[in-house]
Design a binder for this molecule. Structure first.
Ligand SMILES: *Cc1c(COP(=O)(O)O)cnc(C)c1O
Length: 368
């Protein structure tokens, strides 16, 4: 891999293939795989990721919003795309781009049927979402009669799947809660299937659900974080590998005398001589202020350098007092060894938050 000369996010497609292969190996042959590529492919590059996965054995994609689905279509994605959280204002665009909406309440169901009818659609694929305990989005089980009566009256839509989302699939202390969600989902989907008179696909598992609840794969699983290399547990992390490496370079080195300060508001005050390196990334790039003041760190020539003082918009300063390095040297913010999960933990955050925050300003480099 070439040494960084500016801040870059490298995305390794071979590693993506490895993670996909590992996750697939947990499934029955017949179980479909939906790759979640929302939020720019968890901060990487949704179009590159999706186009690569489309050449492998992926059946479905999901994004959160219509705009993200349109970008996939423009980039050449032809497989079905589920939009997890669409808004009615975008339904015409959704239909124009053959995206498939998650329908989660009566309001959105009515709005979609109206627009699909106006657009002269028949059997337009929709996905009915049920709330089984996350209490975020979804119909309740007792909405079934309403849904069934609406669908009977409309030829414009057809239910392609029934799904739900687990609240704590990574947390084995909540195993009983998760098993209850799964049972609840089974009973709801049985009733829906009966009321509809045909059998839509069923799915409930995200990555940790896929890994921890093999009996709950149903017809499809929806995996995001696992593809990007995080298994939400030490055990699973052994089999997965982060696909993204965030690298930067040392712009400038300063020698700071005892009693001086570093950065805005003089947040760091030196009580001894130290050397600092200034790096070209800051809170506008996704390294939030919480990583400053000795919480977060980067790695330079294999050694840990703490982020000192306040994180600036476009820069951070790190302590390199005992590190042998020079201006222009490469700096690892996170990679497969010093992972985004480890860095996120320094601020009580999680891999998901750190990787999805990496701004679009940072250049993406795709390793084939
Ligand atoms: C984001 C999301 C997923 C993917 O979850 P991971 O934990 O990243 O695998 C699956 N389903 C829904 C509804 C989601 O919002």
């Amino acid at each position: 891999m070439p040494k960084a000369q500016e801040t870059v996010l490298e995305i390794d497609l071979k590693t993506l293939k490895h993670n996909f292969g590992h996750l697939k190996s947990k499934l029955n042959k017949k179980t479909k795989f939906l790759a979640v590529v929302k939020a720019y492919g968890y901060g990487s590059d949704a179009c590159q990721i999706a186009n690569y996965l489309q050449t492998l054995d992926v059946d479905y994609f999901a994004v959160a919003y219509v705009k993200e689905g349109v970008a996939l279509r423009k980039s050449g994605i032809t497989k079905p795309v589920l939009v997890l959280h669409p808004q009615a204002v975008n339904f015409k665009t959704l239909i124009d781009n053959c995206l498939e909406p998650s329908i989660y309440n009566a309001k959105i169901l009515n709005e979609f049927i109206n627009i699909a009818s106006a657009e002269k659609q028949t059997n337009y694929p929709i996905h009915i979402k049920f709330n089984t305990g996350l209490n975020r989005l979804g119909f309740w089980g007792n909405d079934l009669n309403y849904i069934a009566s609406k669908l009977k009256d409309s030829a414009s839509v057809k239910v392609k799947s029934i799904f739900s989302h687990l609240a704590a699939s990574e947390d084995l202390k909540e195993k009983q809660f998760t098993l209850n969600q799964i049972e609840n989902f089974k009973s709801i989907s049985k009733n829906v299937t009966k009321a509809l008179g045909y059998k839509p696909m069923l799915h409930i598992c995200n990555t940790s659900g896929l890994l921890n609840y093999p009996d709950a794969h149903f017809d499809m699983v929806r995996s995001g974080i696992g593809l990007y290399g995080f298994g939400n547990s030490e055990k699973e992390n052994k089999h997965l590998k982060p696909i993204a490496t965030l690298k930067t370079v040392i712009s400038q080195i300063h020698s700071i005398e005892k009693g001086e300060s570093v950065g805005y508001n003089r947040a760091y005050k030196s009580n001894a001589f130290l050397k600092t390196a200034t790096l070209p990334l800051g809170h506008a790039d996704g390294i939030g202020r919480q990583y400053g003041n000795d919480n977060g760190f980067v790695t330079i020539n294999g050694q840990k350098a703490n982020i000192i003082g306040n994180v600036c918009m476009d820069m951070i300063m790190v302590n390199i007092t005992n590190i042998d390095c020079k201006e222009g040297d490469e700096v690892i913010v996170f990679d497969a060894n010093h992972t985004a999960e480890n860095l996120a933990q320094t601020t009580n955050s999680i891999s998901y938050e750190l990787i999805t925050a990496i701004s679009q300003r940072i250049k993406r480099v795709i390793l084939q």
